[in-house]
Design a protein. Structure first.
Ligand SMILES: Cc1cc2nc3c(=O)[nH]c(=O)nc-3n(C[C@H](O)[C@H](O)[C@H](O)COP(=O)(O)OP(=O)(O)OC[C@H]3O[C@@H](n4cnc5c(N)ncnc54)[C@H](O)[C@@H]3O)c2cc1C
Length: 448
C-alpha cells in the first residue's frame, strides 16, 4: 500500500506471529528483540514455561498453515482435574463436542517455530540483543541499543509494538497522552505466582494424569499443573504476596515443606527438590493493562500484551494476542490504507480485549474457590449434561475457548447470563430438569 518500512518491537509470541504474517504478505519487516536468540539456549527464559493454546490461537496458526506443525508438540488437556484437600479427585470435562480440548504447549517451542518460519522468508528479519530504549513521539523517532553498544535510530517507519506488558513502545502514546487522549491503566494483583517443576517418574512417565489441567483450589490461593512432553509438569502456585498462606510466610525449608504437606499432600512427595526450586525460582507479578487508542494514524500500533495484558486465569492472553494478528490480517485484506486498518483494529479489538480481561478476573475466583463449591459443582455437572443433550448449547467456558467465531464480548455477555440462570436453577431444584432449563435458556436465545 505504501513503501514505509515495518518495524516490530519484540519477537515474543505475538511479535513473531505478526512478523510471519507481514512477511507472507510481502511487507519487508525488521523485528528488534531485546533478548538473545532463544534457539541458542537450552533453557526457556521469561514467563510461564508452558501455555494453554486453544481455538482462537489455533485459528491464527491455521491461517498461516502452521497449525499441525505446532500441535504435534501439544499435549491434549480434555478436562480440569480437581484435587480436593482430602485427596478426592474430580474430573470436569472442558467440553462435550469433538475437538473441545485445550493444548499444553511449550512457550519456547512455539516461539521457535514462529521464528524459524519467518526467517525462511527473510533470514535477517530478527535483530536480537537489541532493545527499544527511547521514543521521540514528536520526531517519530525510535532509538534502539544493542548489547554491543550500537545505537540504531529508526525514523518515519510503521512501528508495531509487541513488546509485552511493560512495553516501551507504549511510551510513544504516554509521552503525548494529552494530545492523543491516551487512556492507560495498570493494575497489579496482590497475588504473585511461582513455577515449580514436578519431574517425570524415573521411567520417564507422567506421575499424575496427563489428560487434563490439574487444579488444587484452596480458597484464596491455588496451584495448577500443565503437562510437558518429557513427562514432567509445570506447576504454578498462585498465592497472595503477604498475609495468610502468602509467599511472605514461606521463608524457610521447613515452612515450605509444611505448606505443601498441609495443602498439596497428594503431590508433595512427588517433587525431588521442592524447597530448592522454591527458593531459586522468582515470584512473578500478575498485571492487567488496559489502554486506548492502540494506534496513531498509520505510524504506531500496539498488539498483544503491550495493548492488553491480562491475568492468566482463562488461559487466553496469548490466544487473544494471536487473534489480534488474525484480525489485523483480515483488515489488511479489507481496507484501502494503513490509517483505516489501524483505526479499525482498535475499534474491533478493544471491547473484546476488555471482555477477556474481565472474564480472566472472574475465572481466578472460580478456579481457586468456586470449583470446590458443591453448588458450583452441581451446576457444572448439570451444564455438562445440558451440553450433551443439546449440542447447540455452549457453556461460558466453551463460548470463550472453543467458539472463535464469536467475539469475546459476546461470549462474556451470553456466558454470564447463562451462569446466572443455571446457578439459580440448580439452587432451586434438588434434581434440576434438562428440558425445563432448556426452555428457560431458549426464552433468552442463549443457544447456537
Ligand atoms: C503465569 C502465566 C501463565 C500464562 N498462561 C497462558 C496460557 O495458558 N494461555 C495463554 O493464551 N496465555 C497465557 N499467558 C499469557 C501469555 O504469556 C501472554 O499473553 C503472551 O506471552 C503475550 O505475548 P506478547 O508477544 O504480546 O508478549 P511477550 O510474550 O511478553 O513478548 C514480548 C517480547 O518483547 C521483547 N521486548 C520487551 N521489551 C522490549 C524492548 N524494549 N525492545 C525490544 N524487545 C522487547 C521481550 O523480550 C519479549 O520477547 C500466561 C501468562 C502468565 C504470566
Amino acid at each position: 500500500m505504501d513503501d514505509k518500512k515495518n518495524i516490530i518491537v519484540g519477537a515474543g509470541l505475538v511479535g513473531s506471529l505478526l512478523g510471519l504474517t507481514l512477511l507472507r504478505k510481502g511487507n519487508r519487516t525488521t523485528i528488534y528483540e531485546a533478548r538473545s536468540d532463544m534457539r541458542m539456549s537450552a533453557k526457556a527464559s521469561g514467563r510461564s514455561i508452558n501455555l494453554a493454546l486453544s481455538h482462537r490461537g489455533i485459528k491464527a496458526l491455521e491461517m498461516l498453515g502452521i497449525k499441525e506443525q505446532v500441535l504435534q508438540y501439544g499435549i491434549k488437556m480434555k478436562s480440569r482435574i480437581i484435587h480436593a484437600l482430602n485427596g478426592d479427585i474430580l474430573v470436569q470435562d472442558y467440553g462435550t463436542r469433538e475437538g473441545e480440548y485445550i493444548n499444553s504447549i511449550s512457550r519456547k517451542t512455539l516461539n521457535e517455530i514462529l521464528m524459524n518460519e519467518l526467517q525462511k522468508i527473510q533470514d535477517d528479519a530478527i535483530v536480537f540483543d537489541t532493545k527499544l530504549e527511547s521514543v521521540d513521539s514528536h520526531q517519530n523517532e525510535f532509538v534502539f541499543s544493542s548489547k554491543n553498544g550500537n545505537r540504531i535510530v529508526e525514523k518515519n517507519c510503521r512501528v508495531f509494538g509487541t513488546d509485552g506488558s511493560a512495553s516501551n513502545t507504549r511510551d510513544y502514546f504516554l509521552n503525548q497522552s494529552g494530545h492523543l487522549r491516551f487512556n492507560f491503566s495498570q493494575t497489579y494483583q496482590n497475588y504473585g505466582y511461582k513455577e515449580l517443576t514436578l519431574p517425570a517418574s524415573p521411567s520417564g512417565d507422567f506421575q499424575i494424569s496427563s489428560e487434563g489441567l490439574h487444579i488444587w483450589p484452596r480458597g484464596h490461593f491455588m496451584m495448577i499443573a500443565l503437562p510437558n512432553p518429557d513427562g514432567s509438569f509445570t506447576c504454578t502456585l498462585f498465592a497472595p504476596f503477604y498475609g495468610l498462606e502468602g509467599f511472605d510466610s514461606l521463608r524457610s525449608i521447613e515452612e515450605v515443606e509444611n505448606y505443601f504437606t498441609k495443602y498439596f499432600p497428594d503431590v508433595f512427595t512427588k517433587f525431588d527438590d521442592l524447597a530448592e526450586q522454591f527458593f531459586e525460582n522468582p515470584i512473578g507479578n500478575l498485571v492487567t493493562v488496559k489502554c486506548s487508542p492502540w494506534h496513531h494514524n498509520d505510524s504506531v500500533l500496539l498488539l498483544g500484551d503491550a495493548a492488553h495484558a491480562i491475568i492468566p486465569f482463562y488461559g487466553q492472553g496469548m490466544n487473544c494476542g494471536f487473534e489480534d494478528v488474525y484480525e489485523l490480517n483480515r483488515l489488511i485484506d479489507e481496507k484501502k490504507n494503513w490509517v483505516e486498518i489501524f483505526a479499525a483494529f482498535t475499534d474491533c479489538r478493544k471491547s473484546n480485549s476488555d471482555a477477556i480481561a474481565d472474564l480472566a478476573e472472574d475465572n481466578f475466583v472460580e478456579m481457586r474457590d468456586k470449583v470446590g463449591d458443591p453448588l458450583f459443582q452441581k451446576k457444572r455437572a448439570f451444564e455438562v449434561e445440558l451440553e450433551k443433550r443439546f449440542s447447540n448449547y455452549y457453556s461460558k467456558y466453551s463460548l470463550v475457548t472453543f467458539r472463535p467465531d464469536l467475539p469475546y464480548s459476546t461470549a462474556m455477555k451470553r456466558g454470564r447470563r447463562q451462569d446466572e440462570i443455571l446457578m439459580n436453577f440448580c439452587a432451586t431444584y434438588a434434581t434440576p430438569d434438562l428440558d425445563h432449563a432448556y426452555s428457560l435458556l431458549q426464552e433468552e436465545g442463549l443457544f447456537g
